[in-house]
Design a protein around this ligand. Structure first.
Ligand SMILES: C[S@@+](CC[C@H](N)C(=O)[O-])C[C@H]1O[C@@H](n2cnc3c(N)ncnc32)[C@H](O)[C@@H]1O
Length: 307
């Protein structure tokens, strides 16, 4: 059967008659609203009308894999099947990232934050310090591994520094990629020269690839975390990076996600957001260290603004 019109209107007929050559049926308004609601409820991500084409394109690929399911039938399936829901969210998220993205953030670490931590330690009892960092929405790993390079370089193990980087994402597929810590060699151009020594260049069957060395890999652990729910992250972090993730959320979900992130920031910790993001409604809790980098205000003597 290679006919377009019979598939429109969300008919289930193609569930029983998988056809491999036709385009998926049209997405009805009702189905679009159904996907919008589901993605918002699950991930906090708001699919505006402008995202309709993106939704159709990405879901259509999956519909073809499933033998020509309709948008309507697939919506029903993702409502009932958690694994398929995870897969849908994977397909809809934007995973664009690169090493040393928004370099000013890493310059701040190199020039101010890490020297300050070192100086503090030097005036203390000389014991090693544990540094905890969370890369929330880590995509394919470039962000947590950039952090690993910068922190290891400036806080050497020989001086007793313990570095623990938690890299989390909603997408299981993307987390698997991040965990492999393997990228095309071209990506080495994004890494400043002094840091390249932490990467391994592939040879033989790995020609054209680059892998994080064992020292870096030992610093990063991975966990699937949905920033839109209560998530199972434990403890507080000295640095929380949540960049270019909450831009896809609607305002209320973003505010709730930020509240939860803040609970995991140590009192002297820093929160890093993406270049176009802000602290909707939470500004009073923070002072701005530089644009998109925030420190918690001291609790004593700081009051929330009225109104
Ligand atoms: C554009 S990438 C940003 C990667 C990196 N932080 C950066 O700035 O380069 C956004 C990532 O956020 C993840 N994401 C989207 N919604 C999420 C959610 N509700 N919880 C956790 N991660 C989410 C996506 O899977 C994607 O990998």
């Amino acid at each position: 059967m290679i006919s377009g019109h019979e598939e429109r209107g969300g008919s289930n007929r193609e569930d029983q008659e998988p056809a491999s050559f036709h385009e998926p049926s049209a997405l009805t308004e009702r189905e679009f609203l159904g996907y919008q609601k589901l993605v918002h409820r699950e991930a906090g991500i708001w699919l505006s009308e402008a995202k309709r084409a993106l939704l159709m394109g990405r879901v259509a690929r999956r519909l073809r894999e499933l033998g020509g399911l309709s948008f309507g039938a697939y919506l029903k399936r993702v409502e009932e099947d958690e694994a398929e829901r995870v897969r849908l969210l994977d397909a809809l998220c934007t995973h664009e990232t690169h090493f040393f993205r928004e370099p000013r953030h890493f310059e701040l670490l190199e020039r101010e934050v890490l020297p300050h931590w070192r100086a503090q330690r030097d005036t203390g009892n000389g014991e090693g310090r544990r540094v905890r960092v969370w890369s929330a929405g880590c995509s394919t790993g470039e962000e947590p591994f950039t952090l690993a390079m910068v922190l290891r370089h400036h806080l050497p193990a020989e001086e007793g520094w313990h570095i623990d980087i938690l890299a989390t994402d909603l997408s299981t597929r993307i987390l698997e990629q991040a965990r492999r810590a393997l990228w095309p060699l071209d990506k080495s151009r994004e890494i400043p020269k002094p840091y390249l020594r932490y990467m391994l260049k592939g040879t033989g069957s790995q020609e054209g690839r680059m892998k994080a060395g064992p020292e870096l890999r030992s610093l990063v652990r991975f966990q699937r975390v949905n920033l839109n729910d209560g998530h199972g992250v434990v403890g507080r972090f000295d640095l929380v990076f949540c960049r270019n993730v909450l831009i896809y959320f609607d305002a209320a979900s973003k505010a709730r996600a930020l509240e939860r992130l803040v609970e995991h920031l140590s009192p002297r910790g820093l929160l890093f957001l993406g270049h176009s993001e802000s602290l909707t409604g939470l500004g009073w809790k923070f002072r701005t260290v530089m644009p998109t980098v925030y420190a918690l205000r001291a609790l004593a003597g700081e009051a929330a603004p009225r109104g």
